[in-house]
Design a protein around this ligand. Structure first.
Ligand code: DX5
Ligand code: ZN
Length: 219
């Protein structure tokens, strides 16, 4: 069954703990954690201290999405502050294979991400090394952007490749996902739908419930 992963990038950091507790209360199991370095993407979000402080108050699965240049430098830091999975961008790594192996050496889940303009074939040599493939459906760097529908064909290719090769990974889609487009996204075989704005703007619990219903019906 597919599920939602709220992105705390859109949260109100003044009451982050309370908002995370609200997510847990309505059955969310994955928290998407967007780390931006101001180099790989133009914006800077937050880093280890924030993750370490929320780790003390929740058992949610921390799905850490590193929009960071040469993320291999920071894998052990993110593991130490509580990441359950670390996802790196293929475009950001000098040695993609070695970066993925470094994540797996820490006995956490390992993910690879691609930007909208990157061809999906770039990922094929690495897919036997990963637990998760993150398909960006907006240009990374900011929340609240419009979903790029053309990126859905990458999900189809990743499913075909998985079947052909007998591989086992989850597919996650990230950016611009909302109640209106979630059903179509899930129908392509997306396992995890990341949503920031659509969860945190307005009534969080109502938003999660509504999105959860759409995802369940489409799964
Ligand atoms: C974009 C981030 C996304 C983003 C999702 O760089 O990776 O996770 O926060 O936010 P929405 O759902 O608002 O597009
Ligand atoms: Zn993300």
């Amino acid at each position: 069954m597919s599920q939602i992963a709220p992105s705390i990038l859109a949260a109100d950091f003044n009451c982050l703990g309370k908002q995370i507790a609200q997510l847990e209360a309505c059955g969310v199991r994955i928290l998407h954690v967007d780390v931006m370095d101001g180099m790989f993407v133009p914006s800077i979000s937050f880093g280890m201290p924030l993750i370490a402080s929320i780790r003390k108050h929740t058992n949610l699965f921390f799905d850490v999405h590193l929009m960071v240049q040469e993320p291999i430098r920071y894998i052990s830091d993110f593991v130490e502050c509580g990441a359950d999975s670390v996802t790196v961008h293929a475009e950001a790594c000098h040695d993609v294979g070695e970066t993925l192996r470094e994540i797996s050496r820490h006995n956490i889940k390992c993910g690879i991400a691609i930007n909208p303009e990157t061809e999906v074939d770039v990922l094929f040599p690495y897919l036997e090394l990963v637990d998760l493939v993150l398909v960006m459906s907006v240009h990374p760097g900011f929340g609240g952007q419009k979903f790029m529908k053309e990126t859905l064909q990458k999900v189809d290719s990743l499913r075909r490749f998985q079947k052909e090769k007998g591989l086992c990974y989850n597919i996650e889609m990230d950016g611009g996902i909302c109640v209106e487009n979630a059903a179509e996204i899930i129908s392509h075989g997306v396992d995890i739908a990341v949503a920031g704005t659509a969860v945190f703007i307005g009534d969080i619990q109502r938003n999660v419930k509504k999105m959860g219903e759409v995802i369940r019906n489409a799964s």
